[in-house]
Design a protein around this ligand. Structure first.
Ligand code: PMV
Length: 340
């Protein structure tokens, strides 16, 4: 048996615009997906997911991947989750040159499905790492990130950036622009997450932004402005020792990052990817004195991320109608972890 875990993430800046070549900065958080893999002596794959979510909903099923799982979440979400596991298996078989390898796979995740916290990337990254190691063919982290990206791209029909998978594989804060992916320094960010209990359909939301871009030339400017926010924000995350941000203390830098997150949320809202519950949580955080708040990930429903070192935002979110759960998210310094 081989066991790996990988973290979820929040986007500090840049989701959606990253699909069109602008940079994005996601940041790994200590909410993990753990994947256990045991090789079989036939070519079957059996998946059991004991807990693919937070309290909001639970997915429980076991049996061959052909069986229809008995679950209380939309079938489309389960099919999507299964798609990522299948794609991870295909990548592991390919990496180990073992096209007929069979596995028993157990997934345990602390990351809600489809809620903008990178659950699919974490499952894919941990799955590829555990399955390749189980076949005696461990691969380097960069290759895991690359294969996880290819797996996600297949499931999302080419509509994926490298941001989620790279961040989950390497951990910490990262900067992704096209194929250029690197880790960057970041201060210890006081991240608070609010979750509305729902999920967005990444494919549909990405297609919606694309349609807007095609219809209105100025939507391209909005995408470009999000890119400018990312380029500005990264200077406060990882200041150039010669640049103006280097004269600020850590609190001042975090305040500026918060202001830029607010700006970024406004532009995502204008691109049609926010929702009433996401906006309510963002406003609750702002009114509670957070340095800034924005939706994270594809949007449509799911999570917001706010920056607040005090307990105020957490308390306010817990009393916000539409917020099902709120928690503080520690930055995950490690990406994929090899547990057994
Ligand atoms: O909601 P998530 O975690 O799947 O994030 C989607 C982020 C997008 O920029 C909208 C798409 C992508 O692949 O980068």
């Amino acid at each position: 048996m081989t066991v790996s875990s990988a973290p979820g993430k929040v986007y500090l800046f840049g989701e959606h615009a990253v699909v069109y070549g602008e940079p994005a900065v996601p940041c790994a958080i200590e909410r993990r997906a753990t994947v256990r893999v045991e090789a079989r002596d036939d070519d079957h794959v059996r998946v059991s997911a004991t807990d693919l979510s937070l309290d909001g909903f639970t997915v429980e099923y076991a049996g061959s991947t052909d069986d229809r799982p008995d679950v209380d979440v939309p079938a489309s979400l389960v099919e999507a989750a299964m798609g990522y596991i299948d794609a991870a298996v295909e990548q592991a078989r390919d990496a180990a040159d073992a096209p007929d390898a069979g596995f028993d796979i157990t997934v345990e995740s602390e990351i809600p499905l489809g809620a903008g916290l990178g659950s699919s990337a974490a499952v894919t990254v941990a799955g590829i790492d555990a399955a390749t190691r189980e076949l005696g063919h461990a691969i380097p982290i960069e290759e895991i990130a690359d294969r996880a990206y290819r797996a996600e791209s297949n499931v999302q029909e080419g509509q994926a950036s490298r941001a989620d998978t790279f961040c989950s594989a390497v951990g910490g804060a990262v900067r992704v622009e096209g194929d250029d992916c690197r880790r960057i320094d970041a201060p210890d960010l006081p991240i608070v997450v609010g979750f509305d209990g729902g999920a967005g359909d990444t494919g549909e939301l990405v297609a919606g932004v694309r349609a807007l871009k095609e219809q209105y030339g100025f939507a391209n400017d909005t995408i470009g402005t999000i890119g400018d926010i990312v380029r500005t924000g990264e200077r406060y995350l990882d200041p150039d020792p010669e640049g103006p941000a280097a004269t600020l203390d850590e609190t001042e830098r975090i305040e500026e990052i918060g202001r830029l997150m607010d700006f970024n949320h406004g532009l995502l809202e204008s691109l049609g990817v926010s929702s009433r519950s996401l906006d309510s949580m963002v406003w609750a955080a702002r009114e509670a004195g957070a340095h800034g708040a924005k939706l994270t990930g594809a949007g449509g429903g799911g999570c917001i991320a706010a920056l607040d070192p005090t307990p105020e935002t957490l308390t306010a979110l817990r009393f916000t109608p539409g917020c099902e759960e709120a928690f503080r998210a520690e930055l995950a310094a490690d990406g994929v972890r090899r547990l057994e």
